[in-house]
Design a protein around this ligand. Sequence first.
Ligand SMILES: [Zn+2]
Length: 313
Amino acid sequence: MKTDYSIGIDIGGTNTDLGLVDSNGHCVVIQRFATEDHGNAIEFVDELVNQIKMMLSETGIHKISGIGVGVPNGNYYTGCIDNAVNLNFKGKIYLKDLIQERIDVNVVVSNDANAAAYGEMIYGAARRMRHFIMFTLGTGVGSGIVIDGKLVHGFDGYAGELGHAILHPNGRLCNCGRRGCLEQYTSARGIKKTYIELLQQSGKSLTEEEMEKINGKDISDRATQGDVLAIKTYRLVGDALGLAMANAVAFSSPEAIFLMGGPVKAGEVLLEPLRKSFNDNILSIYKGRVKILISGLNENQSAILGAAALTRA
Ligand SMILES: [Zn+2]
């Protein structure tokens, strides 16, 4: 079978990664440039297209089947980025049109969590699954829902914002303007916040600088070494996520729920309380029938693979 190639692009607030991916899900080459260097969308797309052309000329591969883009607030139906909080480009950016004005190829845009779910289905551990949900834990918490082998986009392209399901009414203020969203407790930032709160409650006073320095890896290292408050932090994260996942099961009856992202690297210290909370909270008809799995994609390439997989939608 002749190999064909697509390009996957992952646009984040700090960096944009792009990769050339073959039909078996191998990243042939990866490039990166700074998203934040570009103050407006036109400049950014000019740079992006230059990078794509450079990649194609360097690899000698000139025919691609499409370009997939995973980006916060990316809309599958319109090909636009709508008011992404973490990007310099505000308002509505007609990303798909801007790329296609410069390169004549199929372009598919979606949000990053949907891309992750699609990547899992095309190249990862969900290859033979028709019903699953992906939770991505990072700076925020995203989710992608696959039902009957199809990614759910919803009426207007915004389906699957389970990170903004309210877990604690009147809880922590979220970037979305409401309070108590799941992502405020289970994202990398949320986990850090919980750990700092527990430290402060235990009577430890921390300087701004000390607080700034603590990162997710520190907390998971401390938990592995037996630090009681770090272990409690992950128990609270597991409780919250397990509950949210049990509720999500009642919505679409998935075969599995996948987890992806930095906080998942904490391993059993997170997964053990998560499984317990999931089993305690799940409706009895689903009990023992839904797998909790870690993404099967290479972590450094998962966003690119997911974006590239969108072109196979
Ligand atoms: Zn929110």
